[in-house]
Design a protein around this ligand. Structure first.
Ligand code: GDP
Ligand code: IMO
Ligand code: MG
Length: 448
């Protein structure tokens, strides 16, 4: 049984937690896209860990974790993450593998990410994580990127030097275009003076990184197919979410990869025929971090201060797992959920953070949009249109009591059960998991 797990909204749905829970039935866990823009939280045995590149199954002994070819991997971030894992008693050696085909995020991609964002006019800023994701995927499709396998080649450092020199020329142009105040861009781990990187410094950094990561690099395609032939079960871990997908999300306010389930095959080397099940992780309300349209938005750090949204943000601790940026919050959007069900083929929902809604006397659900005076039940194509829609709401009674101590779905307060049932009914698919707290134990497994 091979399962793809995707984010159904704008990321941070609780994918890390659900992957950790589902790993008990898997042999392999594979990340298939994104990079260290992700922050996947796992709370197990009283310890909280935030994973950026290493698959969230790593805490389960004996499971093999793979960073697939669809990922853009920053070697320096991965080394840091491996060290952090070791320091908390988990040694990934021998069960973490990086595909030889995985593209790399280099320090100069991070510099470009910052410089491009600084050159965008205020209304055009994407609010990227600054992790170099866009420039790394751009390098991949323009065929100038490095793949992990290249780190093992003799001429790797020579090529790195060439890329730094080329990037410095681009950075010079971006410096002239910048609209932000100030004169500097910063990337932790390297020196940037006057928008220029030092080729010697960068080459020295990658010499060390290549030596450290060499033991983890492997052609993972035959490895996964061999596992499949031996009847092993593979769990494919998406990062970000459907509405951040480069094709299906709120373009251009998106990430640069395909978090949707189709990306799982492209990003791992498994074929569509190998996928048995798609799990959509979805919050019982909605959040978004970074810029772009968000129809049911109630609260953000700038201009929206609705008390219901503020309560969601507070109870849900809605801050970026890595960036610590405050997340925007709003009611559940069933138009988003239905769209996610369609483009991903969601079989089962893993619904998270129901407990956050415990104290609300009334809860709204967005069931359709009104666009320029017309009611629509589908996702508009353009971000401009989505920014103009008004949500059509229905309202339900809240349950106003604690759900985080419930251990069986039958014991949920009836009004909480009615809310979950209504969300599933509006969204399509079936309920597989209900999460009622951040820890591994706070999970009701219904069908998975
Ligand atoms: P991911 O990027 O999809 O893995 O999600 P994040 O880890 O960025 O954000 C999800 C946050 O919600 C984390 O802080 C989790 O610990 C937390 N979380 C996950 N499931 C639940 C839940 O059911 N209830 C509550 N209260 N918190 C949850
Ligand atoms: P996980 O896997 C939430 C958002 C950024 C920005 C946009 C583009 O933890 O759910 P990028 O750095 O990718 O070029 O930024 O995408 N974004 C995320 N939002 N969760 C994430 O990952 C995200 N990864 C990127 O905030 O709006
Ligand atoms: Mg996250």
């Amino acid at each position: 049984m091979n399962t793809v797990l995707i984010g159904s909204q704008w990321g941070d749905e609780g994918k890390g937690k659900v992957i950790d829970v589902l790993t008990d039935k898997a042999d392999f866990v594979v990340r298939y896209q994104g990079g260290s823009n992700a922050g996947h939280t796992v709370i197990a045995e009283g310890k909280k860990r935030v994973l950026r590149l290493i698959p969230s199954g790593i805490l389960h002994e004996g499971k093999t974790c793979v960073i697939g070819n669809g990922v853009v991997m920053n070697p320096l971030d991965l080394i840091e993450e491996i060290d952090q894992m070791r320091a908390t008693g988990v040694d990934p050696t021998g069960r973490l593998f990086i595909s030889t085909r995985t593209q790399m995020v280099m320090l100069y991609h991070r510099a470009l990410d910052k410089a491009e964002e600084a050159a965008r006019a205020p209304a055009k800023k994407i609010g990227t994580t600054g992790r170099g994701i866009g420039p790394a995927y751009a390098a991949k499709v323009s065929r100038t990127g490095f793949r992990c396998g290249d780190m093992l080649a003799k001429n790797f450092l020579e090529k790195v030097r060439e890329q730094v020199v080329e990037t410095n020329a681009k950075l010079k142009m971006l410096k002239a275009e910048r609209v932000d105040e100030g004169d500097a861009i910063e990337v932790p781990g390297c020196t940037i003076k006057d928008y220029q990187l030092d080729p010697d410094e960068i080459v020295a950094i990658y010499k060390v990184a290549a030596e450290k990561l060499a033991p983890y690099i492997k052609d993972t395609v035959p490895m996964l197919h061999k596992a499949k032939a031996a009847g092993k079960s593979i769990l494919l871990e998406g990062a970000q979410g459907t509405m951040l997908d480069i094709d299906f999300g709120t373009y251009p306010f998106v990430t640069s990869s395909n978090p949707t389930s189709g990306g799982a095959c492209i990003g791992s080397g498994l074929s569509p025929r190998d996928i048995d099940c798609v799990v959509g992780v979805i919050k019982a309300y909605t959040t978004r971090v970074g810029a772009g349209p968000f129809p049911t938005e109630l609260y953000n750090a700038e201009d929206k201060q609705d008390p219901d949204g503020k309560l969601m943000a507070e109870r849900g601790h809605e801050f970026g797992a890595v960036t610590k940026r405050p997340r925007r919050t709003g009611w559940y959007d069933a138009v988003v959920a239905r769209y996610a069900q369609q483009v991903n083929g969601v079989d089962y929902w893993a619904m998270t953070k129901l407990d956050v809604m415990d104290p609300f006397p009334k809860i709204k659900i967005c069931v359709a949009y009104e666009l320029d005076g017309q009611v629509i039940d589908y996702m508009p194509t353009s971000a401009d249109e989505l920014a103009r829609v008004k949500p059509v709401y229905e309202e339900m009674d809240g349950w106003m009591c604690e759900t985080s101590n419930v251990t069986r779905i039958e014991d949920l307060p009836p009004k909480a059960k009615a809310y979950v049932d209504r969300l599933v009914e509006l969204s399509g698919g079936k309920l597989g998991i209900l999460s009622i707290g951040p820890a591994r134990e706070s999970t009701l497994r219904i069908a998975l």
